[in-house]
Design a protein around this ligand. Structure first.
Ligand code: AP5
Ligand code: MG
Length: 206
């Protein structure tokens, strides 16, 4: 089964994705892949760093190439986190990938703000924390590997406002597109992560 995780910045795509990994899904996070390109200072990374930092979207051409290279093994149960983000990407994906279900994580804007501004990520193992909801035991250190935890470059008020604007501008058509195909499941993303995971499991029958 191939699943898409859809939702605004901070809706919990990455958090849910980690749990789904544990039950056999192979997750592909376009945001994580792009951040790695930026960290490695590759040609692509240098080209997209500013775009990402200010919260804009990377071009469809780059994104479609990137995702096409990731989806190779048809026997895997894929989980796409962060793709598609607009209707062109959704249509393009259809050409070589069978989308079975789309999980639409629904969370109010004011909650999203606290989640994003409070998020900290471990520099080494990439574990996520949140100073408001899931603070680390030791200040500014990862509970898992003790490395420093840092703020993502696009997790500031100005970039978040652009990211939200882009999301609300493009999301409606994508939601409609999958709704018409009866593939969309709207989930209350403001609940506890374990409850969200259990609901997804039940609704998607696995
Ligand atoms: P991407 O990395 O995909 O960022 P995003 O969509 O803005 O989403 P986030 O990763 O910020 O949030 P999330 O939904 O994963 O939430 P999380 O689980 O971390 O994309 C980054 C950039 O890359 C884009 O802006 C764009 O430039 C580019 N890009 C990527 N894909 C692209 C594409 N297809 N086309 C064009 N450009 C693309 O949770 C957030 C916080 O909340 C954490 O602190 C977490 O601990 C906490 N939290 C999560 N769930 C809960 C819960 N249930 N209760 C309480 N706290 C929670
Ligand atoms: Mg994420």
């Amino acid at each position: 089964m191939n699943i898409i995780l859809f939702g605004p910045p901070g809706s919990g795509k990455g958090t849910l994705s980690s749990r789904l990994n544990e039950v056999g899904f192979f997750s592909i996070s376009t945001g994580d892949i792009l951040r790695q390109e930026v960290a490695n200072k590759t040609d692509l990374g240098l080209k997209i760093a500013d775009i990402m930092n200010r919260g804009d979207l990377v071009s469809d051409e780059i994104m479609i190439n990137l995702i096409a290279n990731q989806i190779e093994d048809k026997s895997k149960n894929y989980l796409l986190d962060g793709f598609p983000r607009n209707i062109s990407q959704a249509l393009e994906l259809e050409k070589y990938f069978n989308v079975d279900k789309v999980v639409n994580l629904d969370v109010d804007k004011d909650v999203l703000f606290k989640r994003i501004i409070g998020r900290r990520v471990c520099q080494e193992c990439k574990k996520n924390f949140n100073i408001y909801f899931y603070p680390p035991t030791k200040e500014n250190r990862c509970d898992g590997c003790s490395s420093p935890i840092i703020t993502r470059k696009d997790d500031n008020e100005a970039s978040l406002s652009t990211r939200l604007e882009k999301y609300y501008e493009k999301s409606e058509k994508v939601i409609e597109y999958y709704q018409k195909q009866n593939k969309l499941f709207k989930i209350d993303g403001s609940k506890d992560p374990k409850e969200i995971f259990d609901t997804v499991k039940k609704k998607l029958n696995f």
